[in-house]
Design a protein around this ligand. Structure first.
Ligand code: ADP
Ligand code: MG
Length: 601
């Protein structure tokens, strides 16, 4: 059965629009319609405030991908706004080169912003959270200092005029509608990314980075693309900001602005576009509504942040997520549909044997693997057993590239696997599950499973940004395959549910579904039966048998002797990192050394 055929059997489910930022466009349309009405119901003062909110949102709509989706603490983004403001103003005024049209200046500000976005972002590829936050702050200081010092170009402390927009955008209303259109465009682009494999990968980097690597997501490559996009939007927002201010000086770019951007996203909720949009509007309006408190804006932001962190940690997005408050059915059973598996059989049918040869891996004084070898052939289930600490997980980590062995080698179908490079494994046709399930709790089950197919997407970042036809094709393929994979493992009824609401045993099956998405030639399972009921273990056994029968090689690490001896063709017993015995289940069951060291009895 083809993947499309599999989808046909699940029509009611696939008709659901699951997860993602574009779950519904209605709230966005309502907000933008309301905003478009501001010039007709309010005076110019309110139009200016609405314009300011739109300009901020141009920046925040990109930044939410960096902070809210990827979880990178970029707190100094006012730096890019400053840069964009000066680049646009200087180029339009002709302070260095002959003056150029405002739109060309804005485009160049976007370009400079994109480059600066990558430069500011580079440390994030190496540094973690706080250190990265500090570097973004440092950059903000540098940009302001340069603006102050480079008087001949920037006017120093005295400043310079912002760019003047051409007609019809040179009136308060005209400029407002221009900024509103830009904001709408940015919302659309960010939502396109958020609802695509790129958005899912960003959240995976944030919440399950090890699983992200295992499915082939390269963090540096992905973050660089997002930094370029986010930086470009920030640069353009800077140009619009300069035009809105009509005159800019370095003190226009206060740390309060950076705080506003950051807190808009935090109170909006991470992993959402709608939440931070509402957050940006609220934070822009707040000082205006509480006019006497304008001087207290930093205090108000901080108070709101505290209130959100304490009362609604998920932010506005969590408050609006009604779906996740509906009770789930209790007493659910997992009923795999093995007939659906052929849709997810290995992409290439060649016989490919995994061969692990004389691998040694030490952690300091511990020889976690001490010269172990094993072979797993296509269509075969190979059991790997041994006491706790005998090196089973470590072997899986070597095969899946998380550890580079001190010596020995690992090949699949005669092709050596790059040591210590987990991101390459999906390309070789290797997928795995983890001893402790690594799942993105805040994403729905279907999104989690779709993650497993990430590297099979064809549409690039730019095509996805603009929602070109290729990105639709990708999403359709991901959805139909993920629904088929969920049906295989018997969880299609939960596709739409947030993964952190599932039971532990269900998460184990979600991980298997995610692994099946890449149609692996080799599947590595690390104690998949741990925490499962007797009944669920029976289903698991049938599922693993069917996966192997469809042509995959399976390496199964397990403690449940019944499962191992019931379904494996071959068993390797490890002890202290060494192969203690190997053979058929019948040979192992009666091996004296194994019985005394491990099986007991
Ligand atoms: P198993 O999965 O068979 O229970 P592991 O492969 O997890 O065993 O561990 C094998 C040995 O290697 C243990 O002694 C463990 O403490 C050690 N070990 C595993 N990973 C690391 C690590 N990252 N750093 C140091 N020691 C480790
Ligand atoms: Mg283990």
């Amino acid at each position: 059965m083809s993947a499309d055929g599999a989808q046909a059997g699940l029509e009611p489910l696939s008709a659901l629009k699951v997860g993602g930022a574009n779950a519904s466009v209605v709230p966005f349309l309502a907000i933008f319609a309301l905003a478009a009405a501001v010039p007709f119901i309010g005076n110019d003062y309110w139009v200016l405030i609405a314009t300011r909110a739109a300009v901020y949102w141009v920046l925040v709509s990109g930044l939410t991908l960096v902070i809210g989706y990827a979880g990178q603490l970029a707190i100094g983004y006012v730096a890019l706004l400053t840069l964009g403001a000066y680049v646009t103003s200087v180029l339009a005024a002709g302070n260095v080169l002959p003056p150029i049209p405002v739109f060309a200046a804005l485009a160049l500000a976007g370009l400079v912003g994109a480059v600066a976005g990558v430069i500011v972002g580079l440390p994030a590829l190496r540094l973690r959270t706080f250190y990265f936050a500090m570097t973004t702050l440092g950059f903000a200081t540098i940009v302001t200092q340069i603006a102050l010092a480079w008087q001949s170009v920037t006017g120093g402390g005295i400043g310079l005029s912002g760019p003047e927009m051409p007609a019809p955008f040179n009136t308060t209303r005209g400029f407002f509608f221009f900024c509103l259109a830009a904001a709408a465009m940015c919302t659309w682009m960010s939502s396109n990314i958020a609802g695509s494999r790129y958005g899912r990968s960003l959240v995976a980097i944030r919440d399950a980075d090890v699983a992200a690597e295992a499915v082939g997501i390269s963090k540096p490559g992905l973050l660089t693309k997002v930094f370029i996009f986010c930086g470009a939007l920030a640069g353009i927002a800077g140009g619009l900001f300069a035009s809105l201010q009509t005159y800019i000086t370095p003190d226009a770019f206060t740390f309060d602005l950076s705080l506003l951007f950051f807190i808009s996203i935090l109170i909006g909720g991470r992993g959402s576009i709608l939440g931070p949009l509402i957050g940006t509007i609220v934070l822009t309006l707040l000082p205006e509504i509480a006019a006497p408190l304008a001087a207290w804006s930093a205090f108000l932001y901080a108070a709101m942040l505290l209130a959100v962190v304490l009362l609604i940690p998920g932010g506005i997005a969590a408050l609006l997520d009604f779906k996740s408050r509906a009770p789930l059915e209790t007493g659910r059973t997992i009923a795999p549909r093995l007939d659906m598996l052929s849709a997810l059989a290995p992409a290439v049918g060649n016989q490919e044997t995994l061969s692990v040869r004389d691998v040694v891996l030490t952690f300091g004084a511990v020889r976690a693997i001490d010269g172990a070898s094993l072979d797993v052939a296509s269509g075969q289930i190979h059991g790997l057993i041994g006491p706790n600490g005998s090196g089973k997980t470590t072997i899986l980590n070597v095969i899946s590239g998380f550890y580079a062995p001190n010596s020995g080698d690992v090949q699949l179908g005669g092709v050596p696997l790059e040591a210590g490079d987990p991101v390459t494994r999906t390309r070789h046709g290797i997928a795995r599950t983890f001893q402790t399930p690594r799942i993105v709790g805040e994403a729905c089950v279907l999104d989690n499973v779709m993650l497993g197919g990430t590297i099979n997407g064809r549409a690039g970042f730019f095509a996805t940004l603009l929602s070109l036809p290729g990105s639709f094709r990708d999403e359709r393929m991901f959805r139909s395959q993920a629904l088929a994979a969920l049906a295989c493992v018997g969880l299609d009824g939960l596709a739409d549910v947030r993964a952190d609401r599932l039971q532990h045993s269900e998460l184990r099956f979600v991980e298997i579904a995610r692994a099946l998405m890449s149609r692996p030639k080799l599947l590595l399972l690390d104690e998949p039966a741990a925490g499962l009921s007797v009944h669920e273990i029976v289903h698991l056994g049938q599922l693993v048998k069917a996966i192997a029968a469809n042509g995959a090689a399976v390496l199964l690490v397990e403690h449940h002797a019944d499962l191992i001896f019931g379904i494996c063709a071959h068993v390797t017993v490890l002890n202290l990192g060494r192969v203690l015995a190997e053979g058929t289940p019948d040979q192992i069951r009666v091996n004296k050394e194994v019985v005394s060291a491990y099986l007991g009895g």
